[in-house]
Every structure is written in C-alpha cells, then in structure tokens.
Design a protein around this ligand. Structure first.
Ligand code: SF4
Ligand code: SF4
Length: 221
C-alpha cells in the first residue's frame, strides 16, 4: 500500500487526467455541519466507514454545459452527464486500488458547496454559491465518498473575496441577496419566470450574480 501522501498525490493526478477542473478532499469527521444535516444527507449514509469525501467540479465553459433539459424522466443539466462520467472513472480507479467508493446522487445528496468549502476548494460567497479562484462560481460540482484515507484540505469558512465587494448583490434584479441573506423564494420565482429558452425542451437559468462576480472572470466566457 502506498503512503497516505503518495496515494493522495495519485488521486490528484487522476483527477487532473480526467479533466476535472476543481477537486478537493474533505474529512467527514471534521465538520459539525454534517452532523446537523438530516440523516439522509450525511456522507456515511452513502458509504459506512468512509474516510474521505471527494468533491470534484467542472467549469461550465460553454453555454451548452449550463443548459437544463426537460425530459419525461425529469430535468437534468447537460454538464451532469459529463461530470458523472468522470466520477465513474475516478470511482473505478479507487476500486482498482483496493478501496470502496461511491458516487453520491444529487437527490438526496450531500450539501455540495459546504463540502467543497470543507475540502478547501473555496468559500461560499455573498451570492450563496461556492467561489473557486479559477472560475468563480461557474462550476458544476459532484461528490464521491471513499474509504481511502486521503490528506484533506483546509476548510475555508470566511470569504476573503467578498470583504469589500457587493457586485453580486447589486446585480440581482429582485434583491434576493440583500442584507447578506439569500432569499431562495425570491430567487427561484425570478428564475422560473425568466428562463432563457433555447428550445422547447432546453433553457438557461438566471446567472446574473455568477456573471457579476469578478473572481476567476479572466478564465470565464
Ligand atoms: S440567480 Fe438571479 S435571481 Fe437568483 S440570486 Fe442570482 S441574480 Fe438573483
Ligand atoms: S461578486 Fe463579490 S461579494 Fe459577490 S460573491 Fe463575488 S466576490 Fe463575493
């Protein structure tokens, strides 16, 4: 068996090889929030005796990746199929090395942005989304759980990016971010009433607050 350091490096290299744009490792025992979640949203629900939560993400660098499709089986985002495929390959890699691994479904799932912040990928910003320094919030996340013990990232609790900034708050057309509190109902109502239709079955949701965020804007389209 390789050392924890060596195997962590191997998993990182595998993530890079798979084309995952962001990734990080979180310690499930190091987070009070996991314990506060409903039982069906906790990491151990998906793999008893897990040691690590792996959070991965891809940059939504093309409009088609950010598109939601309506089908008879429900709604799905095009990016989900791509990220699921990469997660499957990562899972196979871990199993091949002798570890158990499971890809976590979106519903019920982990609270992905909290897990990403715990893994040290980035903080949650004033727009209530994860911020990555490379791509801002223009990423789609997914998580796996594994009993492989990996070296975990340093949790990011505060957003230094947001200290002197309120661009996302100003960009929101319905003040859903006013006063530092995310108003889900205002946001969702606006989004549903303002879907940008690409076709009868595909649409793009509001992402004005994501676009307004200056972090990683140099890498976004
Ligand atoms: S997604 Fe749109 S409506 Fe929702 S908070 Fe962001 S800017 Fe406001
Ligand atoms: S726009 Fe500014 S305040 Fe809003 S999330 Fe980005 S850095 Fe934070």
């Amino acid at each position: 068996m390789p050392s924890k350091d060596d195997f962590t490096l191997k998993v990182k290299n595998k993530c890079k090889k798979l084309g995952l744009d962001v990734f990080g490792f979180a310690d499930p025992n190091n987070y009070q929030k996991y314990k506060d979640y409903p039982e069906w949203n906790r990491p151990e629900k998906f793999l008893p005796h897990l040691k690590t939560v792996i959070v991965v993400g891809i940059h939504l660098d093309d409009i088609i990746l950010d598109t939601w499709f309506q089908s008879s089986n429900g709604n799905y985002q095009f990016a989900d199929m791509i990220i699921e495929n990469k997660c499957y390959k990562l899972k196979e890699f871990l199993i091949d090395k002798g570890y158990a691994a499971e890809i976590i479904s979106y519903t019920p799932g982990l609270f992905l942005k909290d897990s990403a912040a715990l893994a040290g990928i980035g903080p949650i910003g004033k727009h209530n989304l994860l911020i990555t320094k490379e791509f801002g919030s223009q990423v789609r996340l997914r998580a796996l759980v594994t009993d492989a013990p990996l070296i975990c990232g340093e949790p990011v609790i505060e957003s230094d990016f947001c200290k002197n900034c309120d661009l996302c708050i100003k960009a929101c057309p319905v003040d859903a971010l006013k006063g530092g509190k995310y108003n889900k109902s205002l946001c969702e109502t606006y989004q549903l009433n303002n879907l940008k239709k690409l076709s009868n079955h595909s649409s793009i949701w509001c992402n004005l607050c994501i676009k307004a965020c200056p972090i990683g804007s140099e890498n976004r389209k």
